[in-house]
Design a protein around this ligand. Structure first.
Ligand SMILES: N[C@H](CCC[C@H](N)C(=O)O)C(=O)O
Length: 390
């Protein structure tokens, strides 16, 4: 009988890491019944956390939303609410537009005559402009513009930071009547798109109307919507209308955590997320991703991150659609932030100070006659310089 040839045993130390791992698995002691039960319990628990837990979380959030909605007017929870809201806003807009008197005035002060009286923007050397900013949201403002001018391409050229004047947007302002004082104001984003509402642009237009015509109180019509404006004590305030508000409009993942964005229409589209620390957010990169979120397609939205920093105080950062960058402040965004913060119970429905990147806070307070439907946005406006675009 042949002797079995025994291979010399390799000492453990000479085994490779892979072999050692394999050995550990093969030689693992059979788990006791107790261990088997606890492993099963662990698997069930992690399954619950991952799937059922999420569902439970959503159930609780929905229940919470039901509680919040129970306190809201009945119509807000109906599915038709969003559509009805849009309809109401469209009607209100049409109505408001109709009430602006563009007809020639009996005293002969027709809009045309007024425009002829005011300094036209075109000079022999080029187009006169002012560089104005409302809490560092900066604009090229053209007063009494040429009515035949096409603005899309020109807005892009003027707003270009390296090759133009550089601004977040272009504002044109035309005096329509003096009694009552009404101006037609248009705002174009830096990419040439039309902004249907821009709180800071309106504030800048009001300041320039005060400089040009001595007006202190006036109506500004932007995209067919009337806004009240008051220039007083170094502050300029304008009104913003609030349309549809939708809580938990969309969800996005930030640093592995789910973040809800609520939306509020304040003349233009805004989505707002409440975060613990606005400074820890890359508002430019994350804002851009959310702005292009499929749930917001095709128009997208302005994206704000807000933080509660005390009683009636919020901190905000805003990525602006059309500027396609983070801006230093945003008026309609501040209103959207206050609307959402009020709905979520972070602030009371009174005046709120909104601290922005500019370090020049805007204050937002409910319109006394239309609480919940309109807000005042106040803050300073500065004319940096004037020039001629040749
Ligand atoms: N900065 C503006 C908002 C501009 C909105 C614009 N980016 C748009 O939605 O097209 C403000 O002070 O209200």
């Amino acid at each position: 009988m042949r002797e079995p040839r025994l291979r010399p045993r390799r000492p453990m130390a000479s085994l490779t890491q892979e072999e050692r791992n394999l050995l550990r698995i093969l030689c693992a002691p059979i788990p006791t019944l107790g261990e088997q039960i606890s492993r099963l319990a662990w698997a069930v628990e992690s399954l619950w956390q991952r799937h059922i837990g999420q569902r439970e979380l959503h159930r609780r959030l929905d229940a919470l939303r039901d509680v919040v909605q129970a306190g809201m007017p009945q119509e807000h929870s109906a599915p038709e609410y969003a559509e009805a809201g849009l309809q109401r806003l469209a009607e209100a807009t049409a109505q408001q537009a109709n009430t602006v008197d563009f007809r020639p005035r009996p005293d002969g002060g027709s809009p045309l005559r007024l425009a002829a009286m005011t300094p036209p923007c075109q000079t022999e050397v080029g187009m006169r402009f002012r560089k104005v900013h409302g809490a560092a949201n900066d604009f090229v403002l053209v007063a009494e513009p040429d009515p035949g001018q096409q603005w899309t391409g020109l807005a892009q050229a003027l707003c270009a930071r390296r090759t133009g004047i550089g601004a977040d947007g272009l504002v044109t302002s035309t005096l329509v009547s003096t009694e009552p004082a009404v101006l037609e104001v248009a705002c174009y984003n830096a990419d040439g798109s039309v902004a249907t509402m821009c709180g800071n642009a309106l504030r800048c237009a009001a300041r320039c109307a005060q400089e040009d015509f001595g007006l202190q109180e006036m109506t500004l019509v932007m995209a067919g919507v009337k806004h009240e404006a008051i220039v007083r004590d170094g502050e300029v305030r304008v009104t913003a209308e609030v349309g549809v508000v939708e809580m938990r409009r969309l969800q996005a993942v930030h640093c592995g955590r789910l973040l809800w964005f609520d939306s509020a229409y304040t003349g233009t589209d805004h989505v707002v997320a409440v975060v613990e620390d606005v400074d820890a957010i890359d508002a430019e990169a994350f804002g851009r991703l959310v702005r292009h979120h499929t749930d917001l397609a095709p128009v997208g939205a302005n994206v704000s991150f807000i933080q509660s920093v005390g009683r009636q105080e919020l901190k905000i950062r805003t990525y602006e659609r059309g500027v396609e960058a983070e801006t230093a402040s945003c008026g309609s965004g501040a209103v959207a932030a206050v609307v959402i913060a009020t709905t979520r119970g972070l602030v009371a429905p009174r005046q709120v100070t909104v601290h922005n990147r500019a370090g020049t806070p805007l204050t937002v307070h409910p319109h006394a006659e239309r609480p919940g439907k309109a807000y005042w946005i106040s803050g300073p406006v500065t004319t940096a310089y004037e020039g001629v675009w040749a």
